[in-house]
Design a protein around this ligand. Structure first.
Ligand SMILES: [Zn+2]
Length: 212
């Protein structure tokens, strides 16, 4: 579904959304739960693009529901895979998460993915601005394109509201609060979380910050 000009929400990834932004260097944002690579590629084809047209695969963080198809999609597209320097080692499989995230990895094994490049915070990947938004994980990033914020798991949307990253999965709550405050200073109109539907910002962000 094209939610803004050149910005596609890939419906096959409902549950942990993947977005495709069609800039001069097309960008995939996250890769969803494992086992959906074929459906993602079918949706890319339905948009009228070939796998090789994808220039960048950007990972907001290392959780299993975001990196699930990274390996398969990197293979199919030849795209450059981006991650933060903090989360990259988990994505490459060099480091195993502990606690609840370690248990999740046990239940949902992930194919390690080579990370081609670490983000430069404040820099741009395929025309998208990279924002450091630590909290959910220590290296979580969000991406901004025009007036759209791709929030990863910084926030979720449900029932017309925004909620912060769930506490049980928040690695650093103080960092999360700071991230929400800092991002809130930026102009954007539409919020696209991985979990929940895209939602107009309105005054929802302000209501959110105190709840983290
Ligand atoms: Zn997630």
């Amino acid at each position: 579904m094209e939610i803004a000009e050149g910005v596609h929400l890939l419906g096959a990834t409902k549950g942990s959304y993947v977005f495709l932004v069609r800039t001069s260097e097309p960008v995939l944002i996250d890769t969803g739960f494992r086992g959906r690579a074929d459906r993602i590629l079918a949706e890319i084809a339905a948009i009228g693009m070939r796998p090789r047209d994808i220039a960048h695969i950007t990972l907001t963080h290392h959780d299993v529901d975001h990196v699930g198809n990274a390996h398969a999609l990197a293979d199919a597209t030849g795209a450059r895979v981006w991650a933060s320097s903090e989360d990259g080692p988990f994505i490459r499989g060099d480091v195993r998460p502990t606690g609840l995230r370690g248990l999740m990895r046990g239940v949902v094994p992930v194919v390690p993915t080579s990370v081609d490049q670490f983000y430069e915070i404040g820099g741009s990947v395929g025309g998208l601005e990279v924002l450091a938004t630590p909290g959910h994980t220590l290296g979580h990033v969000s991406l901004r394109y025009g007036d759209i914020l791709f929030a990863g798991d910084l926030v979720t949307s449900r029932g017309g509201r925004l909620a912060p990253s769930p506490r049980v999965l928040t690695a650093d709550r103080a960092a999360l609060r700071r991230s929400l405050r800092e991002v809130g200073k930026l102009p954007f109109r539409l919020v696209c979380p991985a979990h929940g539907e895209p939602i107009a910002r309105g005054s929802l962000w302000e209501a959110l910050v105190g709840r983290a």
